[in-house]
Design a protein around this ligand. Structure first.
Ligand code: COA
Length: 402
């Protein structure tokens, strides 16, 4: 794969545009893998950037601080999918497209009703997104426009799937979406059975913006690997949801609130953290592969958490969070990530704990699908290598002689 590698400072750089590979040479001159692919540049993208040392995530040229609090989620979807912030007419057209794409096939609604009520929502969403593909024509001859239409459908339908599964598991009826509502408001309307307050809608909308995309994170990489085989949009998003679900990625927001509940009160935080560090147990919501400074999404979420906790008169979760943060910064120089405060925000809004990670999935579907389309526009199979570290020259022994 590295036909004419360039060697600098003991690193090999693969020259291929769109998929730069570098790996460190070991003492024996065998290429050593980058564990966890740390530092590997796996694609060129115009969608988003994560500047780890400056703490700056960028969406198509806009610093996230420029968008959070000013833009709406639908504007960000337009930015990621159509390369620019929309004018009023374009925004209205996109909102109408999303609203029109929300309806799920009847078979999919039946499937949602049949899933075990105690299944975790992330498992359910992953399964249902995969099932959606069965209601679409084969993707092999799809044009890029067909794929883009599938992307809009997924952005509109993942929230409906999430809400429907949540209602179905409680034995409640599944209402139609409200086409007059935006994405955040419609989701809350389906889940709560009533239109949300403006404040609640704005909070979730802002969370959607902060979670919409984030460079080559693990689930986006999964989506790109899958689409690069030309397996189709639904396969790619199914892969991405499965990857997001893990506690080291999107599952961490659920992990944070469980951890806070387990700790119970602020006076028990020090002992808990000490115990985790001693036993090498990860503290959820802390640390990041790329950010070596504070995750810039965290202050936005912290401000929301502070406002909501103040309104509720319940500062316990935030007090515990702050003590954990102080200890982790001073002891390990590790900072809160996006999941740390989002947990308190969702909890304060009365969102069930196991819908925290689905909320991440709902928002990130806009980023995943944009990456899938970008990968398709200039595709090459993603197929790295591994370093074989097993035995050699073994001889077959018939089973009866083993
Ligand atoms: N709690 C305690 N220690 C942590 C930690 C955490 N959350 N995150 C990293 N560390 C420590 C590791 O134990 C390790 O310490 P050591 O060098 O003394 O052994 C060091 O920091 C490097 O950790 P590593 O796991 O190699 O970092 P990574 O880049 O592979 O992992 C994460 C990044 C995000 C997976 C990791 O920080 C983590 O698991 N965080 C908790 C889960 C989470 O919040 N995920 C959401 C990410 S947005």
């Amino acid at each position: 794969e590295n036909h004419c590698p360039e060697t600098r400072n003991n690193l090999l750089f693969g020259p291929r545009q769109g998929f730069h590979i570098f790996f460190r040479m070991s003492d024996t001159d065998k290429p050593a893998p980058s564990k966890g692919l740390e530092g590997v540049v796996a694609a060129t993208t115009k969608l988003s950037d994560v500047r780890g040392l400056d703490g700056e995530p960028i969406y198509c040229g806009y610093n996230i601080n420029e968008l959070a609090g000013k833009a709406t989620y639908e504007e960000v979807v337009h930015l990621l999918h159509r390369g620019k912030l929309p004018n009023a007419e374009e925004l209205a057209a996109l909102k109408a497209e999303l609203a029109a794409a929300r309806k799920l096939p009847d078979g999919v609604v039946d499937l949602i009703k049949q899933l075990p009520k105690d299944a975790s929502p992330m498992r359910a969403i992953r399964t249902v997104v995969s099932a959606l593909a069965c209601y679409e024509p084969p993707e092999a001859q799809d044009s890029i426009e067909d794929q883009a239409a599938r992307a809009i459908k997924l952005i509109a339908q993942v929230p409906v799937i999430t809400a429907y599964f949540h209602l179905a598991r409680q034995g409640k009826p599944l209402p139609e979406s409200d086409p007059t509502l935006g994405e955040a408001a419609n989701f809350l309307y389906l889940v709560d059975g009533e239109k949300p307050s403006e404040a609640k809608e704005k909070t979730i909308d802002m969370c959607y913006i902060l979670h919409a995309d984030h460079g080559m994170n693990a689930s986006t990489f999964s989506a790109r690997v899958t689409i690069a085989t030309l397996s189709g949009m639904y396969s790619a998003i199914t892969s991405a949801i499965g990857t997001l679900k893990g506690p080291l990625h999107g599952g961490a927001n659920e992990g944070v609130i469980k951890m806070l509940q387990e700790i119970g009160s602020v006076d028990k935080v020090d002992a808990f953290v000490e115990d985790c560090l001693k036993n090498k147990v990860k503290i959820m919501g802390i640390g990041h592969r790329v950010y070596k400074v504070l995750d810039p999404r965290a202050p936005h979420l912290k401000a929301m958490a502070e406002k909501l906790s103040g309104e509720l008169g319940e500062t316990k979760w935030l007090d515990m969070s702050e003590r954990i943060r102080d200890l982790m910064v001073s002891k390990k120089n590790l900072h809160p990530n996006v999941d740390f405060y989002s947990a308190t925000v969702y909890y304060s809004l009365g969102i069930p704990t196991d819908l925290f990670t689905p909320l991440f999935a709902i928002a990130r579907t806009s980023g995943w699908t944009a990456h899938v389309l970008e990968q398709l526009a200039d595709n090459r199979l993603i197929r790295p290598k591994s370093l074989y570290d097993g035995p050699d020259d073994l001889k077959y022994v018939p089973v009866e002689d083993r």
